[in-house]
Design a binder for this molecule. Structure first.
Ligand SMILES: *Cc1c(COP(=O)(O)O)cnc(C)c1O
Length: 428
């Protein structure tokens, strides 16, 4: 494989011609002429997904009806897809289910981890996360802590959420009051990546359990949860795994924790024998205890289409190309757009970043709108951050060149400087 060394379009075309991942572009349906730099937010549609959806609807549902829970593998789908997904994140068979949303799965993981600590280390009542985490991760931690405190209102067993930020390092924050450390492997805004091995080891040495949110990591960077000896992980399938809008998320639980406690969303799908219709709860004796209720089958079937493509791609090649695309993007923005005040907020050191690149600019929102109208789709995150996902399976080096030329044009002509581009949509 050759990665580009010269930043002119012809040498990038040459690099594309020898790119071992180039053929993966044909596995996705992408609008002609569009440069899609937002696969970290919603991946494109894998070819075959529409046919698979039609099969689920026209055959498995319309014809098979209720029988399809058994005959079309619907009932087994969370575990079967979980085992496929595990191969992307360093999980073993039987440690992962595809189910619910990342937010809900984080609730389950936190609740389960806190219960383990209530038994093993009852004085630990801090949930540690970071101020710059994706908001839902902080909100769910607050929700759990609030619930535990309302239940324990007449005791002094007070739970709290502690936030790592510029005034409190991870090292300072990891004291003997921390029950659980819950971090996102790759930061949704800046693209900064924690060292999973080192952070997990440090947390364990300090007596805390660790939950990794892999939303911006799964399918984007090599992840080895068992190699790192992590405790729990959650993540999305609709980002780098291309499972479709709102496709079900996943939860991974290290085998050593599975038998200890059940999570509090004790719906019938997590029961040891759901169809015995027992009048009280017995948790499944495996990772299925992290399910809750009936799954969205049509949506879950789409997850497999994305996973099958991801499993064919060598993640080391994906990572190498992702870093090369990002290095190129950063270099070209410096070279071609240097005078327009874009400030790089993504770490340049390879080991410290994931697969998206972000810049700060006071007119970030309007610039992103202007780019979108010119066929380059990125997205905007508060405050003032333009975010560009670099997805090796369907982006070429030439795409990066072309995207930066369009960005330069938007900045040079101030095409962003019109009221329509400053009007905020509900989803940015
Ligand atoms: C995208 C993302 C989520 C999304 O959670 P949902 O429950 O699917 O809305 C959660 N955490 C992180 C870190 C994310 O990037």
């Amino acid at each position: 494989m050759s990665t580009p060394t010269q930043t002119d379009r012809a040498s990038l075309q040459a690099a594309d011609a020898t790119d071992p991942l180039a053929s993966f572009k044909d596995r996705f349906s992408l609008p002609e002429g569009l440069i899609y730099l937002d696969g970290n937010s919603l991946g494109p549609m894998p070819l075959g997904a529409a046919e698979r959806a039609a099969e689920v609807i026209n055959n498995e549902w319309a014809h098979g009806l209720i029988r399809s829970w058994n005959t079309a593998g619907w009932f087994e789908m969370p575990s079967r897809l979980g085992d496929k997904l595990a191969r992307i994140i360093g999980g073993n068979d039987g440690e992962t289910v595809v189910t619910d949303t990342t937010s809900l799965n984080l609730f389950k993981a936190l609740a389960s981890a806190v219960r383990i600590q209530q038994q093993d280390a009852p004085t630990r009542r801090v949930i540690l996360t970071e101020r710059d985490n994706f908001p839902t991760d902080i909100y769910i931690a607050e929700g759990i802590s609030d619930f535990l405190n309302s239940v324990n209102a007449d005791t002094n067993e007070h739970y709290e959420v502690r936030l790592i930020d510029e005034n409190l390092t991870l090292e300072q924050a990891l004291d003997d009051s921390v029950a659980v450390l819950a971090l996102s492997h790759v930061n949704y805004r800046t693209g900064a990546m924690w060292d999973m091995d080192a952070v997990t080891a440090a947390a364990h040495a300090a007596g805390a359990l660790v939950i990794w949110d892999l939303a911006h990591a799964a399918g984007a960077v090599p992840v080895d949860l068992n190699g790192a000896d992590a405790d729990y992980a959650v993540g999305c399938t609709y980002k780098y795994l291309n499972g479709g809008p709102g496709s079900p998320a996943f939860i991974w639980v290290n085998e050593r924790h599975q038998g200890r406690f059940w999570q509090p969303l004790t719906g019938w799908w997590s029961h040891a024998a759901p169809f015995e219709m027992a009048d009280s709860y017995t948790a499944a004796n495996d990772v299925r205890r992290f399910l809750c209720g009936t799954q969205p089958i049509t949506s879950m079937a789409m997850v497999e289409c994305g996973l099958d493509v991801a499993l064919e791609a060598d993640i080391e090649l994906v990572r190498a190309k992702s870093l090369a695309l990002a290095d190129l993007f950063i270099a070209l923005v410096r070279e071609r757009c240097g005078e327009f005040g874009l400030e790089l907020v993504t770490p340049e050191i390879h080991a410290e970043r994931g697969s998206h690149v972000s810049f700060r600019h006071p007119e970030g929102y309007a610039i992103i709108q202007a780019l979108t109208d010119r066929g380059v789709i990125g997205d905007y995150r508060e405050p003032e951050v333009l975010r560009f996902g670099l997805t090796p399976l369907y982006l070429s080096y030439t795409d990066i060149w072309d995207a930066v030329e369009i960005l330069r044009d938007v900045l040079e002509t101030r095409a962003w400087d019109v009221p329509a581009y400053r009007t905020r949509h509900a989803v940015t």
